[in-house]
Design a protein around this ligand. Sequence first.
Ligand code: ATP
Ligand code: MG
Length: 460
Amino acid sequence: QNKLAVVTAIQVSTQSENDDFVLEDVPHLTNYLPDLPAYPNPLMKSQAYSIVKKNFVSPEDVVAQNVVIQKESPRGVHFRRAGPREKIYFEPEEVRACIVTCGGLCPGINTVIREIVCGLNIMYGVQDILGIEGGYKGFYSKNTLMLTPKVVNYIHKRGGTFLRTSRGGHDTHKIVDNIEDRGINQVYIIGGDGTHKGASLIYEEVKRRGLQVAVAGIPKTIDNDIAVIDKSFGFDTAVEEAQRAIDAAHVEVESVENGVGIVKLMGRYSGFIAMYATQASRDVDCCLIPESPFYLEGRGGLFEFIEERLKENGHLVIVVAEGAGQEYVAAEGHAAGKKDASGNKLLLDVGPWLSDKIKNHFTMFRKMTVNMKYIDPTYMIRAIPSNASDNIYCTLLAHGAVHGTMAGYTGFTVGPVNSKHAYIPIARVTERQKTVKLSDRMWARLLASTNQPGFVASDQ
Ligand code: ATP
Ligand code: MG
């Protein structure tokens, strides 16, 4: 029996080594340009790096997407490890970099901008860094400013984006014309899924024209809905700030009779903020997210649960993600189908809808008065500066992007995969959105801690 076990183990490892290793590589400028510059990395001379035991990341190093490998499961997808390379593609004095920020606000954008500028300047000696103002359209509306470590020194203390942002206005040809006209050879694009779709088009057009321009994305989304990477920047800060809204709702409802608090949090398609804020707070009785359909009436529905909690505790707090229950709000005749300038579907406001539904149900059908306290902290959360852990994370992202472009990689985005930073082909993060998996343990933990209904109808 022992022998059999050994043989099985060997078979698994042999199979893993040969058959099922997939490298999702990112393009390198030398892939489509004939010459292969390989300058020594100036970090070799830096004192900080001389004390690091292993200074440079080998271009052969990879990061595994799956770290838990079950018996006989394939080793699966790997990505190039991020970090400084011994040989770099660009001569620092020839670099003309630009940074642009697009889409909605998120804590930490300014830290990323600051650290791209400082990383390029201090680590590599790059002097020529442009800030493109007001999102993609800033490329062709000629709004730019020179960025130096001095200019960006304090910006991480402030929320928002120092470069301002916008939705819509992506015109690939005009943008690449402008990149060419200005002699830019490194483009750093900070934004979410839409921005990355735009970045991918820019990369393709740059490649088509045969330009020596590296295009790097830095994923930004407060909702944490970017695929592949462990977590997006600003998410920790958002969860922390959401506690303040939940605490306020809890204090309010504890102080009155039949207090019902509703806190609406961000999460258009993914309920990560709502789920983590609920788990962190422990004062939330029920968390509603887009991934988990819920219903109001009947056995096992939300109204029944609210009534039970009010009888038990005299109050309750509900956290609802903005994308939850959209089908109900739309079904009640609220205008659906509108889009923003970037073409994203505008969501209907579930918060006031849910508040009204609960109030009406208890007053009209249960002859109970509920004291409703509704809080929507969205803009307060989006606008704050990033917290300490996000600041460190933003720095790693920015430096990862700088090391990657200096080494000549392009068409990539950067982020941690199983806590190791990696270069990920842009298409991998735009092809799908990350959502809460109801079959995962985190959601099970939440259900166990709130003891809320699973909203599974009796016939399912
Ligand atoms: P978030 O959703 O987190 O606010 P986002 O990057 O998804 O961030 P969007 O407003 O959707 O925000 O897009 C930002 C920019 O990307 C806009 O300027 C928009 O024109 C551009 N963009 C969006 N989708 C595409 C696409 N499919 N192709 C090219 N450009 C796009
Ligand atoms: Mg988006």
